[in-house]
Design a binder for this molecule. Structure first.
Ligand SMILES: [Zn+2]
Length: 123
């Protein structure tokens, strides 16, 4: 039989007629000795702009916003989180650095532009 681990296993065949290459019919215990964690199946940590979260694959504001839906979409389209550049002066943000900071201290992450002083007020 197939066990929950199979879904995260490198050997899992994703085939209704074949569970995996090593155990075509699955295993009879609830643990598999040949389980190899699939790095690609690991849940990816999704980093989102402050005030937004992913829900059903969509980026949505956490709280009711003072902006209309259209305005929000425009903000998201132009937000440096997506474009990597300041919407005002085209300053290129160091995405690596910002994502690194986001992992270590999420509340401190802002997209304020160090060149023209544009302030991320979308949240
Ligand atoms: Zn700027």
């Amino acid at each position: 039989m197939k066990i929950p681990e199979c879904d995260r296993c490198l050997l899992y065949a994703h085939n209704p007629h074949l569970i995996c290459a090593v155990h075509p019919n699955g295993v009879s215990t609830d643990r598999c000795l040949d389980f190899r964690p699939d790095p690609n199946a690991a849940e990816e940590e999704l980093w989102t702009p402050e005030g937004y979260s992913f829900y059903d694959g969509q980026l949505i504001p956490n709280k009711p916003s003072r902006y209309t839906k259209e305005e929000q979409l425009e903000i998201l389209d132009n937000h440096p989180f997506f474009t990597g550049v300041c919407p005002q002066c085209s300053y290129k943000f160091d995405l690596e650095e910002i994502r690194f900071a986001a992992r270590n201290n999420p509340p401190l992450v802002h997209w304020d532009c160090p060149r023209c002083g544009w302030i991320d007020d979308s949240v």
